[in-house]
Design a protein around this ligand. Structure first.
Ligand code: LRH
Ligand code: MN
Length: 426
C-alpha cells in the first residue's frame, strides 16, 4: 500500500483549522521566552527514527501470540509498511534489519523498494541467540563468549556475514546483542566468558569496514536468569573501549533493572564520547518492549534532556542512532509504532524547550527548587502543535494515527495479505 502525498494533503485539509489556533497560542508563549519556534520545528522535522524490521507483525510471549491480520510476510512487504509509517510521519526514514530474519533475496530490488519509500538502512542486527535449522554449531551455551572455539568462531563468522549484507545495502553499523550468560551459579567462569567475548568482539571489529560503527547492546537478564555476560552499561563501555574508537554502547531503555537512572547513564556515556544509539521502548517491570512513553514519559523526557545537553556540549560523541525496539502483543503494530514515534518526538521537543542557561545558573546557585521548575515547565508544555507543524512542513499527516485509521490501512492490508500472513521476528 502506498499513501500518496495528495491523499495526505487532502486529509490534512480536513484537519487544518484546530491545530493552527493551538500552534499560534503556543508560539506566542514560547517566543515571549526567547525561543525560536521555527528552529525547533526544523529540528523536529529532521529527526529520523529507524523502525525495527522485527516489529511489524504481532509479537508474542512464551504464553502465546495473537496474529494481527495483514502482517508483512516478506522483507518487501515490511518495507512497504515502513513506507506507510514514513508517508504519514516523515520521521521513519530508516529500517534496522535483523539477520537471518530479514536476509534480502534480491539486494538490488530491496534497495529500490526502500528508495521508493525514502527509507535508508540503519544498523544491522546479528542474531547469535537462536539456532537456525541448518546451523553447524549451537549457541545453547553461548556464542561470542562460548567456552569452545567452534560456536565462538561460528558466531564471529555470522557477524561478518551480517556486515557483508549491510555493506551491500548501504548500512554503516552493526548492533551486537548477546543472550550469552548463565542460569545457575557455577555454570560459567565469569572472567573466562567475558575475556572470550572481548576477544570475539575485537576480531569482528578488526574486520569491520573502516567507516562502520559497532554498537554493543547490554541487558541484565533474559533469556539467561542468573547472569548475562554483557549485563550493564559499564561492561558494554569497557568492551567498546577494548575494541576501538568506532565501537560504542547502545542503550535499550528496557534493559535496566527497576529504578535505574538511565538519564545519568546517557550523560556519562556522552561525556566519554561512547554513546552510539538507542533502542526506544517502555516497560514497567522487565524488557517489556511496549510503546515508547506509555509508562514512564517523564523518564523519557529526562533522557532527552541529557541528550539535548550532550548534543550541544559533547562534540566528542558521534551523531546518535535513533531506533525503536518494540514488540506488539495487543495493538496494531503500525498504530503502536506511530504512537512510539509521537512519544519520542514529544520528549525531544520538550527537551529542546529547557532553558539550559537558566538551569546552569540555578545549578550554580544550588537553587534546587528552580532547577526542578525549569525542567518541569518544559515537560508540562503541550508541544504537539509543534510536531503537527513539523509534519505539515515535511508533507506528512498532521495527525498520523487518525489518518492511518481514516485511510483504513489495516483493512487494506488484510484484504491484500489475508489474516494468516505472519511476519518474521519476535
Ligand atoms: C534483546 C533485544 C535486541 C534484539 C532483540 C530483538 O532483548 O533488545 O536488541 O536483538 O531484542
Ligand atoms: Mn534492543
Amino acid at each position: 500500500m502506498k499513501i500518496t502525498t495528495d491523499r495526505i494533503s487532502e486529509f490534512n485539509k480536513s484537519n487544518h483549522s484546530s491545530y493552527k489556533t493551538e500552534l499560534d497560542f503556543l508560539k506566542n508563549k514560547l517566543v515571549k521566552k526567547g525561543i525560536d519556534t521555527e528552529e525547533i520545528i526544523s529540528k523536529v522535522a529532521d529527526f529520523q527514527v529507524a523502525i525495527p524490521s522485527w516489529a511489524l507483525g504481532a509479537g508474542g510471549t512464551r504464553f502465546g501470540r495473537f496474529s494481527y491480520g495483514g502482517e508483512p510476510a516478506s522483507l518487501e512487504q515490511k518495507l512497504d509498511d515502513i513506507g506507510v509509517l514514513h508517508a504519514l510521519t516523515q520521521s521513519a526514514g530508516a529500517v534496522s534489519l535483523h539477520i537471518p530474519w530479514d536476509i534480502p533475496k534480491d539486494v538490488k530490488a530491496i534497495k529500490e523498494k526502500a528508495q521508493s519509500h525514502g527509507i535508508v538502512f540503519d544498523a544491522m542486527n546479528s542474531n547469535t541467540f537462536q539456532d537456525q535449522p541448518e546451523a553447524k554449531e549451537t549457541y545453547k551455551y553461548g556464542s561470542l563468549s562460548a567456552v569452545n572455539d567452534a560456536p565462538r568462531d561460528y558466531a564471529i563468522g555470522h557477524n561478518l556475514e551480517v556486515i557483508k549484507i549491510g555493506e551491500e545495502l548501504g548500512s554503516k553499523s552493526l548492533t551486537v546483542w548477546l543472550a550469552d550468560g548463565a542460569n545457575f551459579p557455577g555454570q560459567n567462569n565469569f572472567q573466562r566468558v567475558l575475556q572470550n567475548t572481548e576477544n570475539s568482539l575485537k576480531s569482528i571489529y578488526g574486520k569491520m569496514p573502516k567507516d562502520w560503527k559497532m554498537f554493543i547492546e547490554y541487558k541484565p537478564y533474559e533469556p539467561n536468569f542468573y547472569s548475562t555476560v554483557i549485563q550493564d552499561w559499564g561492561t558494554s563501555f569497557m568492551l567498546a573501549n577494548a575494541c576501538g574508537e568506532r565501537a560504542y554502547t547502545l542503550v535499550d531503555l528496557g534493559h535496566h533493572l527497576p529504578n535505574t537512572n538511565i538519564e545519568q547513564i546517557v550523560a556519562t556515556l556522552m561525556l566519554k564520547g561512547k554513546l552510539g544509539g538507542f533502542h526506544f521502548n517502555d516497560s514497567k517491570y522487565g524488557d517489556d518492549d511496549i510503546t515508547v512513553g506509555s509508562i514512564k514519559p517523564y523518564s523519557l523526557f529526562l533522557i532527552f534532556n541529557e541528550l539535548v545537553y550532550g548534543m550541544e556540549n559533547n562534540p566528542q560523541n558521534p551523531d546518535l542512532a535513533w531506533m525503536i525496539d518494540a514488540s506488539h502483543n495487543t495493538k496494531d503494530p503500525l498504530e503502536d509504532l506511530l504512537q512510539s514515534l509521537e512519544a519520542i518526538l514529544i520528549a525531544y521537543t520538550q527537551a529542546l524547550l529547557v532553558d539550559q542557561k537558566a538551569l546552569k545558573q540555578a545549578q550554580q546557585e544550588n537553587d534546587v527548587v528552580t532547577c526542578q521548575e525549569i525542567l518541569q515547565d518544559a515537560y508540562r508544555t503541550d508541544v504537539r502543535p509543534l510536531l503537527k507543524a513539523a509534519r505539515e512542513k515535511s508533507g506528512a499527516a498532521i495527525n498520523p494515527l487518525s489518518a492511518y485509521r481514516n485511510l483504513e490501512v489495516r483493512k487494506y492490508l488484510v484484504k491484500e495479505r489475508g489474516t494468516k500472513s505472519k511476519a518474521t521476528g519476535l
